[in-house]
Design a binder for this molecule. Structure first.
Ligand code: DC
Length: 221
């Protein structure tokens, strides 16, 4: 089984993906990591993230182990990492260079310890539209910018990262705009995606709705 979850930052995709991965024993691919890795690698090397040629060269060389190593850096999940990822992900040749790595995972899904899995769950912006258009179940999870910014602000606070709610909200608006307006694979729901607005839903409610849909699909397949 392949499940995709797309949507804007801090809508609850990662939390939902993690719970569903455990419940249905699926390997999980957080596809934002590939763009964060390329963006952060360039920032750390002092390179211009707006330069598509340079970004493409970094993307072409990216390996899974290198991405995992970069993910330990304090800026991987910060606003710096998020904005850099958003900028490099708007380059069509960067997206093309990173597509195969993401698609291969659906053919050979593995858990974090390397053992094979029976299926995969993806989260990102284009996983239902471009990476895995063949997915069995597609979700598009969203929430208002204010609700998402508050969730992200609390996550940063809990990690001891100093920022303000206003900064996080502004960062989110800039990223939403760039991710949804770019020419290459813009963030949008797949035609056959189920859309959830999680602004007024608890995580348990979102999980319950998602599980009903998945189990119905399994019965009818
Ligand atoms: O999900 P995230 O916040 O880690 O994603 C970081 C950036 O990467 C996001 O602003 C846009 C880009 N991205 C993308 O273009 N396509 C994906 N499938 C996942 C992320």
């Amino acid at each position: 089984m392949i499940i995709t979850i797309d949507g804007p930052a801090a809508a609850g995709k990662g939390t939902l993906a993690g719970i569903l991965a455990q419940k249905y024993k699926l390997a999980y691919f957080d596809t934002g990591m590939v763009y964060r890795a390329v963006g952060l690698e360039m920032v750390l090397a002092g390179q211009d993230i707006g330069d598509e040629n340079l970004a493409e060269a970094v993307a072409q060389k990216l390996t899974f182990p290198q991405m995992m190593e970069l993910s330990k850096h304090r800026d991987f999940r910060s606003n710096v990492g998020g904005q850099a990822a958003s900028v490099v992900s708007a380059h069509p040749r960067v997206r093309a260079a990173l597509l195969k790595m993401q698609q291969d995972f659906a053919c050979n899904p593995v858990f974090a310890d390397g053992t094979p899995a029976q299926g995969a769950i993806y989260d990102g912006r284009d996983t239902g539209t471009v990476v895995c258009p063949q997915a069995d179940v597609k979700f598009f999870i969203t929430a208002t910018p204010e609700v998402r910014a508050m969730r992200r602000f609390k996550e940063f606070e809990a990690k001891g990262m100093r920022t303000s709610f206003e900064t996080v909200l502004e960062d989110m608006r800039i990223r939403d705009e760039r991710d949804s307006k770019r020419a290459a694979a813009p963030m949008k729901p797949a035609a056959d995606a189920i859309i959830f607005d999680t602004s007024d839903l608890s995580i348990d409610e979102v999980v319950e709705k998602a599980c009903k849909i998945i189990e119905n699909r399994q019965k009818n397949s």
